[in-house]
Design a protein around this ligand. Structure first.
Ligand code: 3EB
Length: 360
């Protein structure tokens, strides 16, 4: 395998296996995202060089936790800026910021979650500007009680307000050129211990201009009508980034949404099929600039967020049916940002162009 020389790519393993291997990997890991239902604090790593996000979500397809590890190449540099822990190589910067909402008091016009979100994204943009990794490729957003209402507004909508305000404050586009993203909830369904609500955000940014991709079957999220909240979500359906000999495709959280409406409420199998139809459409867009298709359903690494653990078997069977035996997926219990969504699927693929020298 060419693993050791390959630029930006990810691997998935249990948190225990990650901790065991992290010594060998110290020099090549940009950061890690750990999902586990229990004792998040105890797993915090001694090695502070590696940014690590801990999300309190239960893995459903194995009793263990899961850790998504992002690898860089060449010499890595790490640091802390405000609440962000980051690490970068020459091409890519990975950052993690985790803000307890209790750090922010409700004021007249901004809720604590909204302020936490705005602060997190303002810190992110200030760091990216300062270190000159201007392009935000992909953001992972996790928050407690995502569809709960507080201060007269659903919490996901509070998050959207804070996120968009930070983009605007830093002169970033909000109607196009937005990063790929996901925004998921934890804590509503009771499978995870109650914690002080913390906003968890991880991000990948870099120096190469990404190609942002929309889905022709869906209205762009930044053009969603007002019924979904006072401010639109700021994300693209996918982003495609060239990093040395790799092309990395980040497909955002994808649900059973066509146009802007949820399809198949209450029917988890039909929702899974529709989400895959959306991913297929995004893949067609991603392949369009190339003379030969580079990405297909079987070449993706999937993370599947499942609202009701009891739906796992049906979802797995449907995805295996759509994707085939090559299906590589991790399943997490999570809440979606719309109550009628029963699942959401995100995916990543790395396409490597080997040089003649590598092939020999
Ligand atoms: C959707 O298509 C489903 O707010 O960053 C998917 C991916 C969703 C990202 C975000 C939300 C976000 O609208 C929800």
């Amino acid at each position: 395998m060419v693993d050791t020389i390959s630029p930006l790519h990810s691997t998935q393993l249990s948190v225990a296996a990650f901790l065991k291997q992290s010594k060998q990997w110290r020099n090549s890991v940009l950061g890690a995202f750990c999902f586990s239902a229990e004792a998040v604090e105890n797993q915090r790593q001694a090695d502070t060089n590696v940014p690590c996000m801990h999300v309190p979500m239960q893995r459903l397809d194995a009793v263990d936790s899961v850790c998504e590890v992002w690898h860089g190449s060449g010499a890595l540099t790490q640091g802390q800026s405000g609440a962000i822990h980051y690490r970068h190589d020459e091409d890519v910067l990975l950052g993690v910021i985790e803000l307890p909402e209790a750090m922010f008091a409700a004021d007249i016009d901004k809720t604590p979650l909204q302020q936490a979100t705005e602060s997190a994204y303002r810190q992110i943009f200030a760091l990216l500007d300062a270190l000159r990794y201007p392009y935000l490729f992909r953001c992972w957003n996790y928050m407690a009680d995502i569809t709960t209402h507080s201060f007269g507004l659903e919490r996901y909508r509070q998050f959207n307000l804070g996120r968009q305000d930070a983009f605007l404050a830093h002169g970033r586009d909000v109607m196009g050129n937005a990063p790929a993203a996901c925004a998921m909830g934890f804590g509503q369904s009771g499978s995870v211990q109650r914690l002080l609500p913390t906003l968890h955000i991880a991000f990948l940014a870099g120096r190469a201009v990404p190609l942002n991709i929309e889905n022709p079957r869906q209205i762009s999220a930044y053009q969603y009508p007002q019924q979904y909240g006072p401010r639109s979500p700021t994300f693209s359906r996918a982003s495609l980034v060239g990093i040395r000999q790799n092309e990395v495709l980040f497909i955002s959280g994808t649900a059973s949404i066509v146009g802007h409406a949820t399809l198949h409420p209450g029917n988890v199998v039909a929702q899974a099929r529709e989400a895959i139809a959306n991913i297929r459409a995004v893949l067609a867009e991603a392949n369009r600039p190339a003379s030969q298709p580079k990405f297909d359903l079987a070449s993706l690494y999937y993370t599947v967020y499942v609202r009701r653990p009891a739906d796992l078997a049906q979802i797995r069977a449907e995805l295996a049916h759509c994707v085939g035996d090559a299906l590589t997926a991790v399943y997490l219990q999570a809440d979606m940002c719309r109550e009628d969504l029963l699942l959401e699927i995100e995916a990543t693929a790395v396409h490597t162009t080997y040089s003649a020298a590598d092939r020999r």
